[in-house]
Design a protein around this ligand. Structure first.
Ligand code: PLP
Length: 391
């Protein structure tokens, strides 16, 4: 199912609602008492039983499930063309649920360029749990074929990747992963469900760090896992761990993410347009060695990205001419861009990833990561160009 034409809403027999509409209305299940148009936040941690001990609703206790989380999970599943979703207290808590769901001594293959935190989680906790963790450059299809000639339990990819914006042919990797008997997880955080539909390309599970563009305002940490087929045996373990380990978001956090979803389409449209414009301008700047952005035709993964994405995202990286010290000088000189980690929010952020990642980082020392927000793109460009000037 294409995310543009999803299932029919409850009262629209005639034509299916499009994704932007569904982001606002959900699937129509969230019937509010008093006819409230905006979703409320049911905060109760516990739910009534009647005299016979029967529950009045599907809810028992908030960690196990609650109305706000169930609403968010339905919306995430729906917009991602999945059958079910599970929400966690952060993107990493969601990744950890996958890790903890593996059989003992599993062979785990991670993309070489991957969000540092996910990589560290698998390296530290995965290795401690006895799994064999390997890294493969999924943008190199020969390397992918060699790695998946042997059986594996889990294949984990990001496309576009963070922070090098590498592109992976997701349909091709899905076929290879299936051949190796592996569960294929795609971290879709940079693209968002509106920019790319990995489940439709053959992924088994998708991770969305809602902390980023979905939440959209840098004020909530939530992670979502979405499954293509809820009968996947690992999914039952993920669900079990959601309750057993309890790394769940609060109802208020779920509500913030639901609110973020309702404006995702317009925020993304603006931010992606600004990012493409900025990338194009920076590619002509003599102080910039290279711009890493899949929307540029010069990007090695551009053709694949154009095929499998509906937009190229609002994150880009630049390699500053002159090495680490030149990059440090640029970041010290910006006035409008906020020097902070993260991405996908309304504020534009700039970060020297190599310094932040520290020991074990493979990120080029002269890389600056730029998260394009919703400020006037002319201000963003002028500020960065002034910081890049050598005077
Ligand atoms: N996936 C990607 C691509 C990320 O960049 C991040 C965080 O930066 C995460 C997952 C983890 O999300 P969270 O910070 O909510 O744990």
């Amino acid at each position: 199912m294409n995310s543009e034409t999803g299932p029919t809403g409850p009262e629209s027999e005639v034509r299916p609602w499009r994704s932007r509409t569904r982001l606002i209305h959900g699937d129509g299940h969230a019937a509010e008492p008093h006819g409230a148009v905006a979703a409320g936040i049911p905060l109760s941690t516990t739910f009534l039983r009647d005299e016979r001990g029967e529950l009045r609703s599907p809810f028992v206790y908030a960690r196990t499930n609650n109305p706000a989380r169930a609403d968010l999970e339905r919306r995430l599943a729906e917009i991602s063309a999945g059958t079910e979703a599970a929400a966690f207290a952060s993107g990493l808590a969601a990744a950890n649920a996958v890790l903890q769901s593996l059989d003992a001594a599993s062979r785990v293959l991670l993309g070489r360029d991957l969000y540092f935190g996910v990589k560290q989680l698998f390296r530290v906790a995965g290795t401690r749990a006895g799994h064999r963790i390997e890294e493969v450059d999924w943008s190199d299809s020969a390397a992918a074929k060699t790695a998946l000639a042997k059986p594996a339990a889990l294949v984990w990819a990001e496309s576009p990747s963070n922070p090098e914006l590498k592109i992976v042919d997701l349909a091709q990797l899905a076929t290879l992963a299936r051949g190796a008997g592996a569960i294929f997880v795609v971290d879709n955080t940079l693209a968002t469900p509106l920019g790319q539909a990995p489940l439709a390309l053959g992924a088994d599970l998708v991770l969305e760090a809602c902390t980023k563009a979905i939440g959209g305002h840098s004020d909530v940490t939530v992670g979502g896992l979405i499954v293509r087929d809820q009968s996947l045996p690992l999914w039952a373990r993920v669900r079990e761990l959601q309750n057993l380990a309890g790394a769940v978001p609060s109802p208020f956090d779920c509500w913030l993410v639901i609110r973020g979803l309702s404006t995702l389409a317009v925020r993304q449209r603006e931010a992606v347009e600004s990012a493409l414009d900025l990338a194009t301008q920076l590619a002509r700047n003599p102080a910039v060695e290279r711009v890493l952005y899949p929307g540029l035709p010069s990007h090695p993964g551009h053709a694949i990205a154009a095929r499998q994405m509906t937009h190229f995202g609002s994150l880009l990286s630049i390699l500053v001419r002159g090495g680490e010290s030149a990059a440090a000088r640029v970041i010290a000189r910006v006035r409008l861009w906020s020097r902070a980690t993260s991405f996908g929010g309304v504020h534009s952020l700039i970060e020297h990833r190599y310094l932040v990642e520290g020991v074990g980082s493979r990120t080029p020392p002269n890389l600056l990561r730029l998260s394009v927000g919703l400020e006037d793109p002319r201000d963003l460009r002028e500020d960065l160009e002034a910081a890049l000037r050598s005077d």
